[in-house]
Design a protein around this ligand. Structure first.
Ligand code: C2O
Ligand code: CU
Ligand code: CU
Length: 496
């Protein structure tokens, strides 16, 4: 009800040309806010600088103050910024060096989510950066063109640090993708959308983990920030818009569609372009996942990207469930306003990339991973009791040892009554099947994070190439950050 009324009021405002109208009596949150839309913030594009052919990025983890709500200041973390980080652009095949300086006043790390690299360069919980010091990570970009991201990954503190802003987008380009004529003018027809729900305290600060419910279910907020913008709109000047969506939320799953029901094309999943564009009217995006979409706005009409309640289809019971699970769960994501006299865009190619089928003959081993919520974490005073295969994360224990140059099947089993996005470091895997049903078209490409709905078993195909290190492990974990911090994480090494 509330959602519809707001939307209708917004519609009325735009047609009458009124700019600001506060709305009253619709259960206003304590922090008063004008119902005014803001231009979408676009993270600064950072190309780094070349030294002897190596692309260097200087990244400063810092504290800042951000104004998400008019006149209200929120203490935040950012990377070369007050909140979130610059978008880092790099090319497949080149070597990059990340020079990460920590100035947030507490220990941190920076992990390159989705990147295939040596364990020592991964930026996980083993590559801690003391406050005041600099960590260097150098690796070759052995990726397909896609959208990756980076974020803090400190044992037990990932949720807190990411929530406060330690995250950013990475764009990898390659020759194939550059030859397709896809929109790729950053900030103009190619824009990142970092989706994050946030809960605010009355003093404007982020309210992180106020209740045990937040720890068990994952932290959720009642306001949606997109690139750190509340109620954003974007004016598009071309008839094709490429959206690089990143679910950078701690735990919320988004169900995305347009308010006018328009279709769009998904062109990429986590780790690369799909074989061909797939036409959709809605999609689900779980924490850690990315998709690239092409939206056609040549009709010149304003459209609203929205996220609907996952329980909406379940009617009355569904909305009661939503209330029970933490209230608001429908959001306006982005209003897209086409400028007048749109430039003519290009045609979407029929084919995007060659994607070979997983070679099941190469599989040498099948491993099973059973997820469990255990007793929760808040009850135990923060030390995790959530598990994978009955074990809570222990930084001194290697759970799995994999042989370099082999392929395996990992079966992820979720007997809990909650969905978990499962993420594996170092590899881009392929989804074989869900409860025995073959992967759908949009899940046949490269993935590093996969949503496992309650009660489901998903089988993944993984190949371990290039890097071996018997000492330093990679992580696999639930990307609900409160579950990761709560112990639903394990470690594997790749050995020669
Ligand atoms: Cu996005 Cu282990 O992380
Ligand atoms: Cu990762
Ligand atoms: Cu989980």
């Amino acid at each position: 009800m509330k959602k519809i009324s707001r939307r209708m009021m917004l519609g009325a405002m735009t047609t009458t040309g009124l700019v600001t109208v506060g709305y009253i009596g619709l259960g206003m949150p304590q922090l008063a806010m004008a119902d005014e839309m803001q231009p979408l913030k676009i993270p600064t594009l950072e190309n780094g600088y070349l030294i002897d052919g190596v692309r260097n990025f200087d990244l400063n983890l810092q504290r800042g103050q951000s104004q998400f709500i008019d006149g209200v200041s929120t203490p935040t973390y950012g990377i070369n910024d007050n909140y979130l980080g610059s978008t880092l652009k790099m090319n497949a095949g080149e070597t990059v060096q990340m020079n990460v300086t920590n100035q947030i006043g507490r220990i941190s790390t920076l992990h390159w989510h989705g990147m295939h690299l040596p364990a020592a360069a991964d930026g996980g919980p083993h590559q801690l950066i003391e406050n005041g010091s600099t960590w260097q990570s150098r690796f070759e970009v052995k990726q397909h063109a896609s959208t990756f991201w980076y974020h803090s990954h400190v044992m037990g503190e990932t949720g807190f640090q990411v929530y406060h802003g330690l995250a950013g987008v990475i764009i990898v380009e390659d020759e194939n993708a550059n030859s397709l004529g896809l929109p790729q003018d950053y900030g103009v027809d190619d824009i990142p959308l970092i989706l994050q729900d946030r809960q605010f305290n009355d003093d404007g600060s982020f309210a992180y983990l106020a209740t045990m419910h937040d720890s068990m279910m994952g932290m959720k907020g009642d306001k949606l920030l997109v690139n750190g913008t509340l109620k954003p709109f974007f004016v598009v000047k071309t008839d094709q818009l490429r959206l690089r969506l990143l679910n950078g939320s701690n735990s919320r799953i988004y169900n995305l569609s347009f308010d006018d029901g328009r279709s769009f094309h998904q062109i990429a999943s986590d780790g690369g372009l799909l074989e061909k564009p797939v036409q959709l009217t809605k999609l689900t995006l779980a924490p850690g996942e990315r998709v690239e979409l092409i939206v056609d706005v040549s009709d010149g009409k304003t459209s609203l990207l929205q996220s609907t309640s996952p329980n909406a289809e379940q009617g009355m019971m569904g909305s009661m469930m939503s209330m029970f699970e933490g209230g608001t769960d429908g959001f306006d994501v982005l209003e897209i306003r086409p400028a007048t006299g749109l430039a003519t865009g290009k045609k979407l190619p029929q084919k995007l990339a060659d994607i070979t089928a997983p070679n099941l003959n190469a599989v040498v081993k099948t491993r099973k991973f059973v997820l469990d919520l255990g007793m929760g974490m808040a009850m135990m005073g923060g030390s995790g009791t959530m598990t994978i295969n009955g074990k809570s994360m222990d930084i001194n224990r290697i759970d799995e040892v994999v042989k370099l140059g082999t392929s395996e099947i990992w079966e992820i089993i979720n007997p809990t009554d909650q969905a978990h996005p499962f993420h594996i470091h170092d590899v881009q895997f392929r989804i074989l099947d869900r409860d025995g049903q073959p992967a759908i078209e949009t899940e046949r490409g490269f993935k590093d994070t996969v949503l496992i709905p309650a009660g489901q078993n998903v089988r993944l195909f993984l190949s371990f190439a290039d890097y071996a290190d018997a000492e330093r492990p990679y992580m696999y974990h639930c990307h609900i950050l409160e579950h990761e911090d709560g112990g639903m994480m394990g470690q594997f090494t790749v050995v020669a």
